[in-house]
Design a protein around this ligand. Structure first.
Ligand code: ADP
Length: 409
């Protein structure tokens, strides 16, 4: 049987009050974005769909959207009006899922058993888990027979060894309460592993720095995650925009006891009021922090020094874990856009034989490779593209399914 090679895949990323979407056309493994956008303010006043396909066709439409079902219906209506003849044209829908627990080490096709396991992981991610599930349920309701695929943020890190993922706590907390390092941003780090392999020509030892508002670093050996900075939750690891990263675990207990704070209040402080925001005295955006530092603001100068120190310390630890490094990769908002942070980090890693090519590092957007030809380690800047990774994984499962069906026939 001839395998069909044109597919349309819709990728959805459901948050608690938003759904991001991208429609891909796949032509023999070439992925092209047809359109993309966002449904925002779900369940709030002023809910709207924003389409950001290209400048000529961008639009925003306000419409009441009370839940994820409404949101995805608005997306489908738009797609059916502008980009699809009918829903049959969609080969599958790929969902970004937050947590796969220990059940999933790769993307999977949704069925009853998978759904039960997904429900079972929701308590592991109480803040964001319900939203991911609402997205899945909405599609199941609106397009009941459509193939759906789940791609999990934690799946890529399931290759970590026990020595990397087990916390030194009484055993019952792992056994009965599933407390361990899971790691997140896995779809992004997995994408980096693939693109880096294409550039190096081999898999190698790679350290991937996903530096956005949320941030994590991953040590990758031979295409597999060996260790990563986020832990049981995404609060752990390196300092982030509003999260402190790793610290003495006694601190929250002490604050709760002595300041009479509740667990929710401390949680809010660790998610929204810490990290660069706290050190820079109230700046949320790295661009503002850099500008203020350059204009002499001492808090912002210190925040940048501390941020870079944190990165250098972690990258050093991962070089030790990997026993060397072939490529250091920067991705996401700060990693892709800040030549200053990249330069400061790489300067402190010159002992590894990294020599940055300043002219390349200062180009905007940066080229893929920003080191000199004789640098012992390649430093790469790779734009994050989790949606493309989800589309690729979904496509692989579409092809696998077709092959199974062909064999069955
Ligand atoms: P998230 O999706 O986690 O919010 P992004 O990957 O979009 O994160 O990254 C957001 C961060 O990227 C913000 O802190 C923003 O300031 C930073 N950023 C974007 N452009 C630049 C730039 N030119 N220089 C420094 N930081 C930048």
């Amino acid at each position: 049987m001839k395998v069909k090679n044109m597919d349309k895949i819709l990728v959805l990323n459901s948050g608690s009050t938003s759904v991001k979407f991208q429609l891909f056309n796949v032509d023999d493994n070439n992925f092209e974005v047809i359109t993309k956008g966002l449904v925002d303010r779900i369940g709030l006043d002023g809910s709207k769909i924003i389409v950001k396909a290209d400048n000529a066709h961008d639009f925003t439409m306000e419409t009441p959207i009370k839940d994820h079902k409404d949101a995805i219906k608005v997306v489908l209506d738009y797609l059916l009006k502008k980009h699809l003849k009918n829903a049959d044209e969609l080969s599958a829908i790929g969902h970004r899922m937050g947590h796969g627990g220990e059940y999933f080490d790769k993307s999977v096709v949704i069925d009853k058993d998978v759904m039960e396991k997904i429900y079972d992981t929701v308590p592991l991610i109480p803040l964001h888990g319900p939203a991911f599930v609402h997205g899945l349920e909405a599609v199941t309701f609106l397009l009941p027979n459509k193939m759906q695929v789940a791609t999990f943020d934690s799946a890529f890190h399931q290759s970590m060894k026990k020595s990397a993922y087990l916390y030194a706590l009484p055993k019952e907390y792992y056994k009965n309460h599933r407390i361990r390092r899971y790691g997140f941003h896995g779809t992004s780090h997995n994408y980096i592993a693939h693109i880096t392999e294409d550039i190096l020509g081999y898999k190698g030892k790679v350290i991937s720095c996903h530096l956005g508002g949320g941030a994590s670093i991953c040590a990758i050996n031979n295409g597999k995650s060996v260790d990563t900075t986020m832990g049981y939750t995404p609060i752990a690891g390196i300092m982030m925009s509003t999260r402190p990263g790793d610290m003495d675990p006694f601190i929250p207990l002490h604050i709760m006891k002595t300041q009479n704070k509740t667990a929710d209040e401390v949680n809010h402080m660790f998610n929204k009021q810490s990290g660069m925001f706290a050190l820079s005295n109230g700046h949320l955006d790295m661009r503002d922090i850099i500008d203020s530092a350059q204009n002499g603001d001492k808090d912002c100068q210190f925040a940048i020094d501390a941020y870079v120190y944190n990165l250098v310390k972690t990258i050093g630890a991962y070089v030790a874990v990997l026993g060397g490094i072939d490529a250091l990769v920067f991705t996401a908002g700060i990693g892709e856009n800040s030549n200053l942070i990249r330069k400061k980090v790489c300067e402190r890693l010159s002992y590894l034989g990294i020599t940055l090519d300043d002219a390349k590092n200062n180009l905007f957007p940066a080229p893929l490779e920003i080191t000199t030809d004789n640098s012992k380690v390649k430093v790469l800047v790779i734009p994050a593209n989790e949606e493309l990774m989800i589309a690729r994984e979904t496509y692989e499962l579409i092809v696998e399914n077709r092959q199974k069906e062909a064999i069955a026939i």
